[in-house]
Design a protein around this ligand. Structure first.
Ligand SMILES: [Zn+2]
Ligand SMILES: [Zn+2]
Length: 289
């Protein structure tokens, strides 16, 4: 009797698992601008291979680092890795190389500066992985198709103006399983002149979730850009580690959703328009500016 129940339970579980895995997409915060996005069997990682918080930002926990290196759930089966730019709080050649050596089948999409740094670090050794170095001039774009992924890459200058002009920063828009589209802005500056020509490109499909540097929410131009991109959900990233444990206060202060505590996640809705919460937030935050 008991065994029977166990068997029925097991069978039920086995039947339910794949359905649950496919039913929604989810973004998980790994630290600074590190985000894991999964939809069914498709997984991508943004800006998660670094080891330096510059004294201000979180670095990925040991659990995340080991999970990625050892392919432990939920960090197993990563299909593609994206790096927005070469800065040490987003990318470390040693961490990236270690990962690519364990997973040479993975694709890496990154600015040429990142791939150059990897090759330099590897010296005479080969850099494994399907490398896609991007050397994009303003106004250019690249598109890729890979398995369950559709990728758009456009260059967006790093925040900080002239001082950061030499840094190649790439905005990635990634569609998983032809269902869920996410956008990661790296350390973009909130410059309307830069974004204006991009909207037409972005409008070819709805964005379900945009991960934008939190400073966008503190600037009128940044809020206007977020609103115009019109993602179903917008979540601020690059929040300093001093915010850990105080997400509510920080979200209130910036009148925006923010990733604050590593490991926290968001279910990503289908692409049928903005989620209720983000719509309300947008209305609430458009006053007084
Ligand atoms: Zn940077
Ligand atoms: Zn940064």
């Amino acid at each position: 009797m008991t065994w029977m129940r166990v068997w029925i339970g097991l069978i039920g579980l086995l039947l339910a698992l794949p359905a649950a895995a496919h039913s929604h997409a989810r973004a998980t915060y790994l630290g600074n601008e590190g985000v894991l996005v999964t939809r069914g069997e498709v997984k991508v990682v943004f800006d998660a291979f670094y080891a330096d918080g510059l004294g201000t930002y979180l670095v990925p926990s040991r659990q995340v680092v080991e999970g990625l290196l050892e392919g432990r759930a939920p960090y197993d089966g990563v299909d593609a890795v994206f790096v927005s730019h070469v800065h040490a709080d987003h990318f470390a050649p040693a961490s990236m190389l270690k990962f690519l050596r364990t997973k040479p089948e993975v694709s890496l999409y990154a600015p040429a500066q990142v791939v150059d740094a990897l090759r330099e670090h590897a010296g005479d050794a080969e850099v494994p992985g399907n490398l896609h170095p991007l050397d994009l001039k303003p106004g250019e774009e690249r598109r890729f198709q890979q398995g369950g992924l559709e990728i758009l890459a456009v260059p967006v200058p790093h925040a900080g103006g002239k001082r950061m002009e030499h840094i190649q920063n790439v905005l990635f828009r990634v569609t998983l399983d032809d269902q869920t589209t996410v956008m990661h802005l790296g350390d973009a500056g909130a410059d309307e002149k830069v974004f204006k020509p991009l909207y037409e490109t972005f409008d070819d499909r709805p964005t379900d979730a945009a991960f934008v540097p939190y400073w966008f929410f503190g600037q009128k131009a940044g809020r206007a850009i977020v609103q115009r991109i019109g993602a179903g959900q917008t979540v601020g990233i690059h929040v300093p580690r001093e915010a850990v444990g105080q997400g509510e206060a920080w979200r209130e202060r910036y009148e925006a959703d923010l990733f604050v505590d590593p490991g926290e996640g968001r279910d990503l809705g289908p692409r049928s328009g903005p989620a209720e919460g983000s719509e309300a937030r947008r209305e609430a935050s458009s006053g007084g500016e």
